[in-house]
Design a protein. Sequence first.
Length: 128
Amino acid sequence: MKSLQRPNRKDSPRHSDDGVATSGKRGGRRPGAGRPTLYRPELAAKLTAYFEKQVTLASKRPGHLDWAVMPTLECFSDWAGINQQTMRNWTLIHSEFMIAHAVAKMRRQAAIDKVKRFYDPSYIDKLG
């Protein structure tokens, strides 16, 4: 007697060995399948400009950082209206976005280091 159990998805003729949907008649993966990307090259420049503006706002007073406006990739994704995981994926896929993100993080870290040096007694002694 034949089992009434549903076949495994991987056993289906419309899926390849790795479980990815295939095009049935022709076989192989469907070209152009899936949602088109929201990524545009100008987003890398916008990311850099956003971080620069927010770091400037956060460090208006010497020796003080306003952490409420300190930029992060998550803040930028909310501002741009794009999912955070999508942004993280773009840092892996698009080299110009990865470089822009790295530069933005360095600027953020430089502002943090500047405040740390402001309160570091050994740094003040070196000036004196």
